[in-house]
Design a protein around this ligand. Structure first.
Ligand code: MG
Length: 304
């Protein structure tokens, strides 16, 4: 495993992507989770999204959550926005790392925002300009990068073309969302082979779901392709919007547990992270789909 990176950057997405896909929880609980995560040593957290409260009631209190959170100077915080109104709210709140989303699948994009993928890319080009004018960086998240619940597999070349467009328009990072848990090591390899060539200077981040149990295998495959940035969600918060009851986001503690065992640094204290996962479970009031939360680290022993 000598070619693998010695350190990996994990973005914790539980407070935003996780809680946005769970039943709404009180503001105070969101703040508590954010603060617990900020104290785990994780260096990067997706904190909130600035979306219309009617569209996503789970994030209606984003401003309050952000105001009340104990921001750590050791953590970078990012926010997701859907449009220029959200961009203004994020800038007003002091965010300098902004995420926008487009779906690689036309059908999925139309279902979400009633626009084609190409039309959304036009909107994103304008948002990038606006945000760059305010000294914020912009990450373009390409959702359904590995497949769409309506169209099935999405061709890697289609995703590569979207990346070309977004990078040409100024995207500072590209993230690939496995929105429906359709990625496998083979699909990861095909996508990265299709995309990598032209964009050596643009950071690529992978966002896997463990819906079909392949998330850690996908991460290992991506590591072998030189990817060093991954999303993960504490406890596996977030569920799967297309398969009720199924697992969504890969659990951060499962990723960290594997990476540390392989000698790959994350800066995260695994015990503190497992405690945060326990808190997440308490907050949503149900069992979360994390093996490391259930069983503890592999070195845990029990009295003989
Ligand atoms: Mg997700």
């Amino acid at each position: 495993m000598s070619e693998l990176p010695s350190a990996v950057s994990i973005r914790e997405v539980g407070p935003r992507d996780g809680l946005q896909n769970e039943d709404p929880v009180p503001t105070e609980a969101k703040v508590r989770l954010l603060d617990a995560l900020s104290a785990t040593g994780v260096k990067w957290i997706e904190a909130v999204s600035f979306v219309h409260p009617k569209a996503i009631p789970q994030m209606a209190d984003a401003d309050e959550v952000w105001n009340q959170a104990a921001k750590s100077p050791n953590v970078r915080y990012s926010a997701l926005i859907p449009n220029s109104r959200g961009a203004q709210r994020a800038l007003d709140a002091g965010f300098t790392e902004i995420e926008v989303v487009v779906s690689a699948s036309d059908t999925h994009n139309r279902k979400n925002v009633n626009r084609s993928t190409a039309e959304s890319l036009d909107d994103i080009a304008a948002l990038i300009q606006l945000l760059h004018d305010h000294n914020a960086t912009v990450e373009v998240i390409v959702s359904t990068s590995f497949g769409c619940p309506y169209e099935g597999d999405v061709a890697p070349q289609r995703v590569a073309d979207i990346v070309d467009r977004a990078v040409a328009d100024g995207a500072d990072r590209i993230a690939f969302g496995d929105t429906t848990g359709m990625a496998t090591p083979r699909r990861v390899t095909e996508l990265l082979d299709a995309v990598r060539g032209g964009h050596a200077d643009t950071p690529l981040l992978l966002h896997f779901h463990n819906t079909r149990g392949t998330a850690l295998a996908n991460i290992l495959t991506a590591l072998e392709h030189g990817i060093t940035e991954f999303d993960a969600s504490v406890g596996g918060l977030g569920g799967c919007p297309y398969a009720p009851g199924a697992t969504g986001n890969v659990a951060t503690e499962e990723v960290v547990h594997m990476l540390h065992d392989m000698g790959i640094a994350t800066g995260i204290d695994l015990d503190a992270l497992i405690e945060a996962a326990r808190l997440a479970e308490k907050i949503v009031g149900k069992e979360l789909p994390s093996g490391v939360l259930r069983a503890g680290p592999r070195t845990r022993t029990i009295p003989a």
